[in-house]
Write a protein that binds this ligand. Structure first.
Ligand code: SF4
Length: 494
């Protein structure tokens, strides 16, 4: 068992390289220029991946070899010996690994420890089911791994899902007032990464979006565990209740901010689940269950759907949305964006490569849905502009849940909402030049008017969905329907 282990940039934790199976292997890390430059990634995302790889190389010392190459193939050729590799996180990388195994460049493909449920087990679970429902999957995950269960196998607290307790409106204050999240300190490795990315950019090797800025997320085992400890001890109690709330002056609220270390493969997901589970009693059950549902339920669900639904899933477009992403959106340029909710969310993406889940779903995703942005291009955008967006992460989240482009595999109805929802769940509207209650005229809120125009456009496509019956009957009663539709057809600015 001494064949070297090749690790991708999202496989960097001890549950990959320090297991009994792997701990005696040399470790190979390849910084592929092609992988870094393939898309216009957020500058801070490239920084996180490179910094994490280089920190791991430093931690492993003589055990690690780092090769900077044009492509993975070139890196492997220069290394010159067969490797073993864990299942990677994209269809493209899986294709490459399959080829390498056929050619003998990779000796074996090992299962990934980056997720809790192995892929064959998901295939068994999914087989023969009429509908794949996240809630069924989540309950089975709780049962299978014995998480938040009473001795008789029933859920702790008598109910599986406390989501209803996690939708409180925001408090009337500028910030949630919870202790701050863990903040890493940059070191020499980060400075080197910054210099290299500047050089690559100047030489035309990469085209990035977003601002550079101090590193905000963990890149090492130690940092990731500090961030986890900070979250469970200081922030978890407040996590649940305001999970769906938005405050312009508080980008992090009480969110866990653990998606980066999880998706870089620095934290083992079941460890996170167990640590959170142990907080019962110190933190309310809606916080504990809410976070566990995100990791043991949703994150696993999204991963398995990525493989289960296959690469063609990216081309689903049930609502025939074909609008190209505008350049201000792609470049994260908020100069002319007056809609405060949109401005704040997009600015957060530019400044940090991050927006929390309700900003993603109900502001950014909602805007894109209303304006008919092409789902595949939008998925690419989410995957590249966000620091936690890897290829497997966004398809079911964006194509499915956010854009309803899969016609109802991941969500039972589209997540479209007008300004009234945003007004109820945020403090944005008070300082906005638009009025969430106005549909027509210069003050018409682009989300309120946009919602009705979107319903009008999709009337016949949504007719068969029972959950859309009420909104569609509201549309028929809308007195200024024609004026709203006409106005939104010509809207150029938000
Ligand atoms: Fe957003 Fe409309 Fe509220 Fe302005 S008024 S913040 S555009 S929802």
């Amino acid at each position: 068992a001494t064949t070297p282990l090749w690790l991708f940039g999202d496989q960097l934790g001890r549950h990959f390289h320090a297991t009994p199976q792997n701990r005696d292997r040399e470790v190979l890390l390849i910084e592929s220029a092609a992988a870094l430059g393939r898309r216009p990634y957020h500058r801070q995302k490239l920084h996180l991946v490179l910094s994490a790889m280089r920190h791991l190389a430093e931690e492993l010392g003589d055990r690690a070899t780092v090769i900077r190459a044009r492509t993975y193939r070139e890196g492997l050729a220069r290394f010159g010996r067969p490797v073993v590799v864990h299942e990677p996180g994209s269809h493209a990388a899986a294709h490459l690994v399959a080829e390498l195994v056929r050619e003998g460049v990779a000796e074996t493909e090992l299962p990934t420890p980056g997720f809790i449920l192995p892929r064959p087990d998901f295939a068994d679970w999914a087989e023969g089911r009429k509908r794949l429902l996240m809630e069924d999957f989540y309950r089975d995950q709780r049962r299978r791994f014995g998480v938040l269960l009473e001795a008789d196998g029933t859920p702790v607290g008598g109910t599986w899902n406390l989501d209803r307790a996690n939708r409180e409106r925001p408090p009337r204050q500028a910030t949630l007032g919870v202790p701050g999240a863990y903040h890493p300190r940059e070191d020499e490795i980060d400075h080197g990464v910054r210099r290299d990315l500047d050089r690559l950019h100047d030489e035309g090797g990469i085209d990035t979006v977003g601002d550079d800025g101090p590193r905000l997320f963990p890149v090492t085992h130690a940092e990731a565990h500090r961030a986890l400890r900070r979250f469970v001890t200081a922030r978890l109690p407040a996590f649940g209740t305001h999970q769906d709330a938005m405050l312009a002056g508080d980008w992090a609220m009480a969110h866990a901010l653990l998606s980066v270390p999880l998706n870089l493969g620095l934290l083992a997901p079941l460890d996170v689940v167990r640590q959170v589970e142990r907080c019962q009693g110190d933190a309310p059950l809606n916080s504990v269950e809410g976070l566990i549902r995100q990791i043991l339920g949703w994150r696993e669900w999204i991963w398995h759907l990525y493989w289960h639904l296959g690469p063609d899933y990216l081309d689903r477009n049930a609502l025939d949305a074909t609008t190209a992403l505008p350049s201000w959106w792609r470049r994260l340029d908020t100069t002319d964006v007056a809609a405060r909710c949109l401005h704040v969310a997009l600015e957060g993406v530019r400044e940090r490569g991050y927006a929390h889940h309700i900003q993603r779903l109900m502001v950014l995703g909602n805007h894109a849905l209303q304006r008919g942005y092409a789902p595949r291009a939008l998925t690419d955008w989410f995957a590249t502009a966000f620091v936690d967006g890897f290829p497997w992460v966004m398809p079911a989240n964006v194509i499915g849940m956010s854009q309803y482009a899969d016609g109802g595999i991941t969500a039972t109805k589209p997540y479209a909402a007008g300004g009234a929802y945003i007004n109820a769940m945020s403090d944005y509207c008070g300082d906005c030049r638009y009025d969430p209650a106005t549909r027509v005229g210069p003050d018409a809120c682009p989300f309120t008017a946009g919602y009705w125009a979107w319903l009008d456009r999709n009337d016949s496509r949504l007719k068969g969905n029972r959950r859309m019956a009420r909104p569609l009957s509201g549309l028929r009663r809308l007195r200024d329907r024609a004026a709203v539709v006409e106005q939104e057809r010509h809207r150029e600015r938000y």
